[in-house]
Design a protein around this ligand. Sequence first.
Ligand SMILES: [Ca+2]
Ligand SMILES: [Ca+2]
Ligand SMILES: [Ca+2]
Length: 401
Amino acid sequence: MVQFLILQILIVSLIFLTFATTLKFGYSEPIINDPSLSVQIIAKDFSKPTGMVFLDNNIMVIEKDGDVKLISEDTKEESTLLQFDVDTKSERGLLGIETNGNDVFFYLTDASSDPIKNRVFKYLWNGNELSNPKLILDLPALPGPNHDAGKLVLEKNNQNGITENLYVIIGDLKHDGILQNQKSEDEPDDTGVIFRINALDGSPVDNNPFIANSDFSKYFAYGIRNSFGLTLDPESGYLWETENGPSSYDEINIVRPGFNGGWNEVIGPIDRTNKNEGDLVILPGAHYKDPILSWKDPVALTDIEFLNSSKLGIEYMNKMFVGDYKNGNLYFLSLNSDRDDLDINMYPSELHDRVVDSDEESSSILFGTGFGGISDIKTGPNGDLYVLSFKDEVLYKISKN
Ligand SMILES: [Ca+2]
Ligand SMILES: [Ca+2]
Ligand SMILES: [Ca+2]
């Protein structure tokens, strides 16, 4: 009888363990706070997807380990277009993708060079294959192995209307020089920077903030720690980024030309530190600016996107969406009419210090949860909102019921 009981307990434990394992490795079932919206899975079975772009009826998805996948949204057919030879240690890998429809840009930690490098390549896309690789930015990857960043954003060049500019973000790679606000005589070393270059050839854009100084001519911003999110506001044309803090203060920043993010002297609002702007390296043409919003306890903020569509309802049009890695949360924020700050009066007074200090403050800007570590957010060609999950390894679509 005792033996039978033990056997029963064993069987029950086994069933429970199997169930628990299924739960742990299954999808986390995203939940949206607005009941008029729903989430569906568009594509799955990726391996650590880090980014996506839309090309006609196809979605191109990059994976951290170096694969470029093409998925047909109609037939769901999936193929591998390219396999980059990448270093994948820690945050290294195939990290960024961007396109104008004809060219596709990739940011990756290139393992085929010695020493390894973070590089931006431009490929031609003919509707079937990627060809004619061209190296347009050759950046350091050492020591790292983290803080590689890698998001890419294209911008129309308003001066000539023909070419495009490409923004490229790289983290500090654990460097500690002039670009990290250290008052040193060292040359700038291309770390902790947002670049703004001609997308055709990687040359500096004529009206860049530090164009007069050849050492800094490709830089748009510096003093950046690490980032998994970069985007342009379709209404204002302003650049925005997210940043990961160390043990405190993740940030959302508006990045105007010459922005100095303050790292590694300052993270989060400067009045919550024992530093002042005199402790920073302010290059001619540079300015320090506090984050528009920061999180006292880091949630590992990732991508940022303005929904460039009214498909989910006019209340979501050109509003800001921000993802995180820790909780799989999707945050939702409204901007003021000048598009350079939050519409702060919409939010509880606890948030008026522009720091999320508690779960209650976080819930006031929460749009949805359960997305399992978000790596990319994009407005789809049909106007719906797409969310790529690094941890769930699926692509979600949010649409009106
Ligand atoms: Ca900062
Ligand atoms: Ca607060
Ligand atoms: Ca994005």
